[in-house]
Write a protein that binds this ligand. Structure first.
Ligand SMILES: [Ca+2]
Ligand SMILES: [Ca+2]
Length: 587
């Protein structure tokens, strides 16, 4: 080979390489920023920027809010974990995908779901993104098989959801006898889609008779995991327990500085590790933090930040507040008309009846402690991002799957259509997004998937090629660039709650037979399945204490909000959920 030929070869090689590099750069620019999506579990508006509790300590979230837009009027589209997440992940309202919780068929578990629907996870994978997840993204592990694997079948997921450590005795399932064992495992299968070793301990583990320890032994016997709270130094060593357990193994706790990590700490570590290692293409990271979901077990140092003596009870608690609510949504012990019956009232009664009401205060202390714990995990991830090459080219989205009542309307739970359950935090920061501003227009979780697509330059109709439904939400980008501007979304956010009236696990739910709420900039309007109404003027009555649905002067406003509600509900035909369960050959 002559020198000329060699040189020509080198030049050619250089040119090819350069153009390939340029192409890669152009491709990356075209695909837009990376996405870091963080979703908490049961975090209500008790953080700095939404101001739900004046004593909440959330310095990292405050800092994030200072660098982006805070949507202070954000709703989940279903106020309970599983249905809220299913709706968010597929970008469809619950009434579109026909999943109204508990007794509805689980559309996203159907083996043929991917024939017509792309989850945002699947779609970003398909679009060439480096996709990873950790913690609770889907409800527990209820993702369709293969969701968390890459093209080569490698896992792109870590830290299965777990609210532990839990009190236990380490004996658990081995000692379960039939049929208790069968029932127990069926429950695990239902909730966990148990692919991962150690999932049994998700709901707690251990018992000699099949009854799990879902409570801390320091608390009254009739308490359960929904009312349990303790700091980690309160090692459970009575009533049959001999310590903390996590993922079916003993959890080591010697002191605050010498202990095993909590699941959320493992999640933060996994995500920070990915960011530090770096990516060869744009990434989409989904981070599922499980606190402040109950049981509220948390390191002591966070409890110490909220001394009981100076702790203020939530501002929205008012005696007699439920006297004017819709009967369908109230305490109907014998004939519940909401999916979880009187659960939220029951949890309130337990806590309020303990230590002459001090139980409520201690629970609040633990809830706030968990929020600060969450804030610290988020802080670690933000710091890793800030000191990485991705600091200026990453869309950061922080939110929660549903809110939570801490005593307001005699509830300690989610699963209501009131502000406490439906209102969630939403902070978005990133390139081109205004810093430190607030948007008070009503938006909801169903708007996140379209926002991800918009920023990534991907099709706004990810189900098109599958012949599946269009997404229900709208990109928030216009509001991120100008929070006082206009966007394509509706003037109200919509939240649904199953009526438990006429649907069962294998029958088709009727979207018109459910409870709904819409939130405008000023009002919250609630309509039960049987037509009972509540209306609150949030400007005059920020805690929703006075139901003004019966006020004749409010009739036009009520009718207007009802019309907007129905317009959203009837905009399109429901997705045929049973398609997900039936083999195409047999249809
Ligand atoms: Ca939740
Ligand atoms: Ca009231």
């Amino acid at each position: 080979m002559t020198m000329i030929k060699k040189l020509t070869g080198l030049v050619l090689a250089y040119l090819i390489l350069a153009s390939a590099l340029q192409c890669a750069v152009a491709q990356k620019e075209k695909e837009g920023p990376n996405i870091l999506y963080i979703i908490c579990d049961d975090l209500n508006d008790y953080i700095g920027v939404t101001g739900g509790h004046p004593q909440a300590i959330t310095p990292n979230l405050d800092r994030l809010a200072q660098s982006g837009i805070s949507f202070t009027n954000t709703a989940c589209n279903y106020p309970v974990c599983m249905a809220s997440r299913a709706s968010m992940i597929y970008g469809l309202y619950p009434h579109t995908e026909q999943f109204f919780d508990v007794k509805s068929p689980l559309f996203h578990q159907g083996p043929y779901v991917r024939e017509r629907l792309h989850s945002y996870i699947e779609y970003f994978k398909k679009s060439g993104y480096a996709v990873y997840g950790a913690g609770k993204i889907y409800h527990n592990l209820m993702a369709p098989e293969g969701t968390w694997s890459d093209d080569e079948g490698n896992s792109i997921y870590s830290v299965p959801p777990n609210w532990g450590p839990f009190p236990g005795d380490g004996k658990m399932n081995a000692t379960l006898t039939e049929p208790a064992k069968e029932e127990y495992l069926a429950k695990q299968q239902y909730f966990a889609h148990g692919e991962f070793e150690g999932m049994q301990s998700m709901w707690t583990l251990s018992s000699l008779d099949g009854t799990p320890f879902d409570n801390h032994p320091k608390l009254p016997e009739d308490f359960n995991s929904g009312t349990a709270y303790a700091s980690l130094d309160e090692i459970p060593n009575s009533n049959g327990c001999d310590g903390w357990y996590l993922y079916d193994k003993p959890y080591r706790y010697n002191n605050e500085d010498d202990r095993d990590p909590m699941p959320d700490e493992m999640t933060a570590e996994f995500i920070c590790g990915l960011i530090e290692k770096g990516f060869d293409r744009p990434f989409m990271l989904s981070v599922g933090i499980v606190r402040p979901h109950t049981p509220l077990y948390v390191p002591k140092k966070y409890m110490d930040l909220y001394p009981l003596e100076t702790l203020q009870m939530p501002l929205g608690i008012k005696e007699g507040d439920i006297s004017d609510i819709a009967e369908d949504l109230g305490r109907n012990r014998n004939k519940p008309k909401i999916p979880y019956g009187s659960h939220g009232f029951h949890e309130y009664d337990l806590l309020n009846g303990y230590k002459e009401g001090e139980g409520m205060r201690e629970f609040l202390q633990a809830y706030l402690a968990c929020i600060t714990f969450v804030d610290e995990q988020v802080g670690k991830i933000l710091e890793a991002l800030e000191s990485s090459p991705y600091a200026d080219n990453t869309l950061i989205v922080f939110t929660s799957d549903n809110g939570y009542h801490i005593g307001e309307k005699e509830q300690v739970f989610k699963g209501s259509l009131w502000e406490e359950s439906c209102r969630i935090p939403l902070i978005i920061a990133g390139p081109g997004i205004k810093a430190g501003e607030v948007c008070s227009l009503p938006v909801s979780l169903v708007d996140l998937y379209p926002t991800f697509l918009d920023y990534s330059g991907l099709s706004a109709h990810p189900n098109k090629e599958l012949g599946g439904p269009e997404l229900d939400g709208y990109s928030l980008r216009p509001l991120l660039e100008n929070p006082q501007g206009v966007w394509d979304g509706p003037e109200v956010s919509l939240s649904a709650l199953g009526s438990d009236a006429n649907h069962h696990h294998k029958t088709k739910p009727d979207k018109h037979a459910q409870h709904y709420s819409v939130r405008s900039e000023r009002y919250r309007y609630i309509r039960s399945a049987s037509g009972q109404e509540e209306l609150y003027d949030m400007k005059e009555d920020p805690h929703c204490w006075t139901n003004i649905a019966g006020d004749p002067e409010m009739k036009p406003m009520k009718e207007n909000l009802f019309a907007q509600m129905m317009e959203l509900i009837d905009r399109r035909e429901p997705y045929e959920i049973f398609q997900c369960w039936i083999d195409p050959q047999e249809r």
